[in-house]
Every structure is written in structure tokens, then in C-alpha cells.
Write a protein that binds this ligand. Structure first.
Ligand code: FAD
Ligand code: NAP
Ligand code: SF4
Length: 686
């Protein structure tokens, strides 16, 4: 049993007035459901599923205590008694499922995306177009009262506690740091004055809610900005927050404006927990640590090292609400692991869409997307075991259908097998492991090394045929494209062709794959995401926080690239424009660090022994490179589909395209998995 496998993770935490059943916290995540129609019913279902999945404590997405503090004009706020009954839907559902839940109070400060934003001083954030209004002395006191009122309403709503968001560069954090707090009154000046705002909030909330209510304070332990807090200040604040009546201190890592990755997939697992460890000896109340903790093994290790008393995982509970139950049962290899991609969660929020999860399309869609048992089992052939075919197969089989899955390769995963070889994308190994486990669990009949023909499909009398055969790389129409120097990304990443260290390479096409290939070619044999020291050196992070904010004056130590790379596109638009909102800047920064020359507005003339002939900014030039790698997008695989369409009426109406075989343009694993799961959720005999 897992009680023995993960003993630290599953030991209860006694808070005196209440007990948490284990050491896992579902960290706060804004999902967009907070502001949507029937959002409270949807949130109740979403949180209930996570509570049933066994997590010890849930923290809601951030809710503003007043109008100015809203992250965006229509973001959620809790300030009025009439709002209590809505929140009760959530707390009732969570409590019925045996869980506990705290409401996060988040005042966005100068990060608020509207013209009424407020801050300690009127200094615009580099990531916001709005200059905030400086709070008056009266405004500061009123804001504290709003925090207290919000906490009190949370208590009336049945929440087990609140989390006061004091990190990530939001309002409370802005009071703490001299760079954003230039006040001359009692809320500015030296550190003891700058921290008063945070301390007063906790103190006054405790006075209002009494002793039997959880108060978590999320404290920025490493700001990752120049002239952020230093370690003495972090300790001073933590002690004051403890004395003010907080029950638990949670770790905050980095301000949102920091240009250092903190949660993306290229961040090593558990990279920041040593910072929490450093605070352990300074205070008595429990500490939570956080960021890129995505497996029970990592969580257990962190707790065993004594880095913290609890671990916070946020996105891993989007990916798999049953994370904790599976870990407890010792079937942790059935956990659908969060791969840290941000593609369906944070990127959606930035695009003002409801969050979900690339590996679990049900996340935040619990009330609409249900995998219910079928009343009539049918026989289905799925051709292609890439993400689309895999996702379809496991959901259809889980619902009770007979699923036969074919792939011509020797392993499942399709293009994820290429993606996993890119430095910083190793988490795709976990997705393939998960699918593989689910294939066994739901008895999907898998046949590898099997290029199925239309004849075989017709013979076998399937009720439905799912065509998930993906895409083939596009061969651009350039004179000399068959030259020996030219390699497709497919052959490069699957190891069919190699490029020696020291070679020079031009990449045709700067989409997601072009960027990945550039990283693959410039990075040394190892990946920063697998080496915390190298990660710290590359980004200039001082994990001891001796330097202010953990970065001030810290030199970056970047390995020189092992190949000279040019990355090219025809379009005049910004390079990497279509990369993820929350991760594109990291890819661009990595390539800049690796001195990749990025050229847009390029016309390809020809390829010959001299290299790649291009026109750029009206000038002809020759890139005298040893290799040219084509990453020029893909086209759908449609041969088999066409053959079936031309066979008879049954196959014409019962063959369905999904994933890249359906639409190649702008295809990614998110769309492939989502489409597969949604079709499987409803497929029946027609
Ligand atoms: P594929 O993954 O192409 O799978 C199709 C499968 O069908 C293959 O396994 C193939 O062998 C099989 N097949 C084909 N014909 C037959 C046949 N006749 N018989 C049997 N089997 C057959 N997406 C993201 O969302 N995020 C990323 O970070 C990301 N990174 C990427 C990095 C790289 C380097 C690459 C190459 C892709 C990346 N992608 C990423 C894109 C993502 O992998 C694809 O969008 C996704 O794999 C498409 O899924 P699919 O199932 O439609 O097709
Ligand atoms: P893509 O993003 O569509 O990019 C294709 C590139 O090829 C573009 O830069 C395009 O730019 C160029 N191109 C297209 N046709 C061409 C032609 N005929 N000749 C020369 N160049 C041509 O596709 P991709 O990079 O192959 O990626 C495939 C999918 O995987 C994408 O949809 C992407 O979202 C997904 N993916 C995602 C990630 C991620 O991190 N989220 C990573 C990798 C891949 P010009 O037309 O301007 O030249
Ligand atoms: Fe994790 Fe990606 Fe899912 Fe977000 S979308 S929860 S980062 S797997």
C-alpha cells in the first residue's frame, strides 16, 4: 500500500483546531469559471471532483476583496453578503466529498488590467499598460478593511480558511519592496513600515474570524526581480506574519514581471523548494512549498528532505483530480501527469478563455464532458497511436467499447516521441507512460509495427473507423530541396540523421517545431530542465537569496551554443509570434542566449553546395551552412481515408478523421487530445 510508499505525503497535519488528512495542497488557480455563466455550479463540480480525489486542502482561484483589486474589469470579487450563497455551492460540494477548501484573497495592485488599479505608489508595472493610482492613507486602511470583510464573508460561506495572496508582485508584495513603494507615510519607508500593510491584514483578519479558521499567507520568498526583498526581510516578515496569527505560510516564487521561468516545463521539478527549506528553521507554523512539483515521488522527496510541511501542486490537479487517491493506492503510474506546458491552463487565461488541461480536456468542463458507460458496445478500429488516437482509444474503451488500436511504429505516442527529445520537453515521456498504462487498464487491443491497409479494415467489419494517422512533414518547394544537406525535422529528431557538433545549420520555418529544433541543435548534451545547478547558472538565480530578490548582481553563466544556427521564416511578423503566451518569451530568450540568428521576411532562392541562398531585406545572400533542416509545417495523411471513402457506403459514413489527419494547420497535442476525447465521449452506433 502507498501509505508506506509515500509516508510523508500521507501523514495528516494537525493544525490544533482542525486536521488536514495529508500534506498536499491544491494551489490557487484562476480558471475563468469564476466569471462565467453558471460558474458557481461549474466550480462546485470542478472542486468537488478534486476533493473526492483526496487532496488535503484546496485553495480557490484568486478573488478580489474590492473593485480596484480585480485582476480585470469583470474578474471575481467577494465583498457583499448576497454573494455568500453562491460560494456555499462550492463549500458544500467540497465538504460533502470529504475535502477542505480555503478562498484565496487576491488584490491585483498595479497588475490589475484596468484604469482603476491602485498601488502603494503610482509606478506602472512593466507588464501592464495602466499606471496605477497611489492609495491615500485612508485608501490603505479601507483596503485592509476590505480584506477583512472578504475573509469574514468567506467564513460565512463555509470556507475552512483563506489564503492571503502576498506574493507574485501583487498589491501586498508591492508594499514590501522599495522599488514599488515610495510612500512617505507610515506605510512606506524602512522595511518594518513597508511590511505593516501585510501584517495588519493578517492581524485584523485573525481578530475578525477567531482562532478556528485557517489563514494562509503566501509570502514571496524569492522575488526574482532586481532590488526585491533580501533574505533578512523575508525572515522578518515571516516572523511578523506568524505573530499576527497566520496558521500556515505558503511560498511565493517570483513576481509576474520577472523574466525567469518559474513554472514552465523547462523549469526543473521542485527547483525552488530549497528556498522554503531555508525559512523552516526561522518559524514554528507549517510551511508550504511549491512550483513544478508534479509527481508523488517528487513531493515525498521534498517532504523527506524537510524542505516544508506541505507541498502545493496546482496544475497537477487539473491534469488528474485523482492524483492523491492513485498515489495512496500505489498506482501512481496511472497518474495523468501535468507536463508544465501551460497550453490549456495559463495560456487560456491570458486569452480570456476558460482554463482546461492539455492532457485532461475534462478539467473545468466537468459538467459538460462526461465519460459515461455505453449502453451498446461497438467494435472500433483506431488507426494511429498519436495523441489523438490514444485519447480517443482510452476514453472509448473506458466507456465499454471494443477498441482496436493500430500504429505502424514500434511505440505509441506519434509525434510526442519527437517532442520528448527536445531539451526541456522531457515531461512528454510521462504522457506516453500514462497512455500506455491506460491502454492496459482498459484493454485496448494494441497492435504496433502494423501499417494497416484498407483491405484489412474492410475485412474486419468494424462499426466505426477512427482515422488518427496524423501528418507528414511538408517539403517546401525550393530549388535544390533534395540536396544531401537537407534534413527534415522528423529524420533529425527521430535519430535517422545526425548533425555533428560544430556544424552550421539553417532552419527553414520558425513555428513551434522550428524553435524546438533550434534549441535541440544549440543545447549541449544535457537539458537545463534536468539540472538545477545549470538552470540556476543559466538564468542567474541565487537560491540562497543572499542577493536581493535572488537575482540582483548575479551573473548569468550561459554555455555557448554547440552549433551555429539560423532560424528563418518568410513572414514579416515577429519571430515566434504564435508560441504560447506564457512560454513564448522563454523560447525566444533561450535562442537569443544561444546566439541563434533569427531572420524574418526571408525568400528562399535555392540550395546548393554553397548552402542556402536567400533574399533578406532586398539583399541576396548565401548562408554558407553545412545543413538545412526543414520545419515548414505539415500536411494531413489522407491516403488510407481516401481509399476507404472510395470503398462502400458503410466506410464512407463510418470513417471519422481526428487530429492532424483531420486538420494539419495549427495542430497541436492539445487539439488532438481534446478532439479524440470529445468524440469518444459520444460515439455510439449510428
Ligand atoms: P501524430 O502524433 O502524428 O500521430 C499519428 C500516428 O499515426 C503516428 O504514430 C503514426 O505512426 C501513425 N500512423 C500513420 N499512418 C499509419 C498507418 N497507415 N497505419 C498505422 N499507423 C499509422 N504539441 C503541443 O501541443 N505542444 C508541444 O509542446 C509540442 N511540441 C512538439 C515538438 C515537436 C518536435 C513536434 C514534432 C511536435 C510537437 N507538438 C507539440 C505537436 C504534437 O506532437 C502534434 O500536434 C500531435 O502529435 C498530433 O497528434 P496526432 O495524433 O494527430 O498525430
Ligand atoms: P507551424 O507552426 O505552422 O510553422 C510552420 C513554419 O513553416 C512557419 O514558420 C512557416 O513560416 C513555415 N512554412 C510553412 N509553409 C512553408 C513553405 N511552403 N516553405 C517554407 N516555409 C514554410 O508548424 P510547426 O512548427 O511544424 O508546428 C506544428 C504544430 O505543432 C504547430 O501548430 C504548433 O502549435 C505545434 N507545436 C507546438 C509547440 C509548443 O510549444 N506549444 C511546439 C512545437 C510544435 P513562413 O510561412 O513565414 O515561412
Ligand atoms: Fe499542466 Fe499543461 Fe495541463 Fe496546464 S495544460 S495543467 S501545464 S498539462
Amino acid at each position: 500500500m502507498t501509505q508506506i510508499k509515500f509516508p510523508k505525503l500521507f501523514s495528516p497535519l494537525d493544525l490544533g483546531f482542525t486536521q488536514l488528512k495529508n500534506r498536499a495542497v491544491m494551489g490557487s488557480m484562476h480558471t475563468g469559471l469564476e466569471e462565467t455563466k453558471n460558474g458557481f455550479d461549474k466550480m462546485a463540480a470542478y472542486y468537488e471532483e478534486r476533493a473526492r480525489g483526496g487532496v488535503g486542502l484546496i485553495v480557490t482561484g484568486g478573488i478580489s476583496p474590492n473593485f480596484a483589486g480585480r485582476v480585470a474589469p469583470f474578474s471575481a470579487q467577494l465583498s457583499f453578503f448576497w454573494q455568500v450563497k453562491n460560494h456555499q455551492k462550492i463549500t458544500d460540494a467540497v465538504h460533502k466529498a470529504g475535502g477542505k477548501i480555503a478562498l484565496q484573497i487576491l488584490h491585483a495592485g498595479r497588475y490589475a488590467f484596468h484604469p482603476l488599479s491602485v498601488a502603494p505608489s503610482s509606478i506602472k508595472a512593466p507588464i501592464s499598460p495602466f499606471k496605477p493610482w497611489a492609495l491615500s492613507g485612508w485608501g490603505v486602511k479601507k483596503t485592509i478593511r476590505d480584506f477583512v470583510n472578504c475573509a469574514s464573508l468567506a467564513q460565512k460561506s463555509g470556507y475552512d480558511g483563506v489564503e492571503v495572496m502576498g506574493s507574485e508582485g501583487y498589491l501586498i508584495n508591492e508594499f514590501l519592496v522599495s522599488k514599488t513603494n515610495k510612500r512617505k507615510d507610515e506605510w512606506g519607508g524602512d522595511y518594518s513600515q513597508r511590511m505593516r500593510f501585510a501584517v495588519e491584514i493578517v492581524k485584523q483578519i485573525r481578530e475578525k474570524v477567531g482562532p478556528k479558521f485557517i489563514i494562509i499567507f503566501r509570502l514571496s520568498m524569492i522575488d526574482l526581480i532586481e532590488n526585491g526583498s533580501n533574505w533578512d526581510e523575508v525572515v522578518q516578515l515571516a516572523k511578523a506574519i506568524e505573530a499576527a496569527g497566520a496558521t500556515i505560510i505558503n511560498t511565493g516564487i517570483g513576481w509576474h514581471e520577472a523574466r525567469i521561468p518559474t513554472i514552465a516545463t523547462m523549469v526543473p521539478r521542485g527547483a525552488f523548494t530549497s528556498v522554503t527549506h531555508k525559512l523552516k528553521k526561522e518559524i514554528k507554523i507549517p510551511l508550504i512549498t511549491t512550483n513544478r512539483i508534479n509527481t508523488p515521488e517528487v513531493a515525498e522527496k521534498i517532504l523527506s528532505q524537510g524542505d516544508s510541511d506541505m507541498v502545493s501542486m496546482a496544475r497537477p490537479f487539473l491534469a488528474d483530480p485523482e492524483f492523491m487517491n492513485k498515489a495512496q493506492l500505489g498506482i501512481e503510474n496511472e497518474i495523468n501527469t501535468c507536463i508544465g506546458c501551460n497550453q490549456a491552463c495559463l495560456d487560456h487565461i491570458f486569452a480570456q478563455k476558460i482554463a482546461s488541461c492539455l492532457v485532461n480536456p475534462r478539467a473545468c468542463n466537468e459538467t459538460e464532458l462526461k465519460y459515461l458507460p455505453t449502453s451498446k458496445k461497438i467494435k472500433i478500429a483506431v488507426v494511429g497511436a498519436g495523441p489523438a488516437g490514444l485519447s480517443f482509444s482510452i476514453v472509448a474503451a473506458q466507456r465499454g467499447h471494443e477498441v482496436h488500436l493500430f500504429d505502424m511504429n514500434s511505440e505509441i505516442g506519434g509525434q510526442l516521441n519527437l517532442a520528448k527529445k527536445v531539451p526541456g520537453k522531457e515531461e512528454f515521456y510521462e504522457s506516453i507512460r500514462y497512455f500506455s498504462k491506460m491502454i492496459q487498464k482498459y484493454n485496448v487491443n494494441l497492435k504496433l509495427n502494423h501499417k494497416i491497409t484498407s483491405h484489412e479494415i474492410i475485412e474486419s467489419q468494424y462499426d466505426k473507423i477512427i482515422m488518427a494517422v496524423g501528418v507528414k512533414p511538408r517539403t517546401p518547394n525550393i530549388e535544390g530541396i533534395n540536396h544531401a544537406k537537407v534534413i527534415s525535422y522528423y529524420d533529425l529528431l527521430n535519430g535517422k540523421k545526425q548533425i555533428e557538433s560544430g556544424a552550421s545549420v539553417a532552419i527553414i520555418g520558425a513555428g513551434g517545431i522550428g524553435f524546438d529544433v533550434a534549441e535541440f541543435l544549440t543545447e549541449k548534451d544535457h537539458s537545463l530542465s534536468l539540472d538545477q545547478n545549470e538552470f540556476a547558472k543559466h538564468w542567474g538565480i541565487d537560491f540562497t537569496v543572499e542577493s536581493r530578490g535572488g537575482v540582483t548582481g548575479v551573473k548569468r553563466n550561459i554555455h555557448p551554443p554547440i552549433r551555429k544556427v539560423y532560424l528563418l521564416q518568410r513572414n514579416e511578423s515577429k519571430m515566434g509570434e504564435r508560441l504560447g503566451k506564457t512560454t513564448g518569451w522563454i523560447h525566444r530568450a533561450m535562442l537569443k542566449d544561444k546566439q541563434v540568428e533569427m531572420l524574418n521576411g526571408v525568400t528562399y532562392e535555392k540550395i546548393d553546395d554553397q548552402g542556402l541562398h536567400i533574399s533578406h531585406q532586398s539583399k541576396r545572400q548565401i548562408l554558407n551552412v553545412n545543413y538545412i533542416v526543414t520545419c515548414a509545417g505539415q500536411e494531413s495523411n489522407r491516403e488510407l481515408y481516401s481509399e476507404l471513402q472510395n470503398s462502400n457506403q458503410h466506410f464512407k459514413s463510418n470513417t471519422i478523421l481526428i487530429g492532424g489527419a483531420d486538420v494539419a494547420s495549427e495542430l497541436d497535442a492539445k487539439r488532438a487530445i481534446d478532439q479524440g476525447a470529445r468524440l469518444a465521449a459520444t460515439i455510439e452506433l449510428s
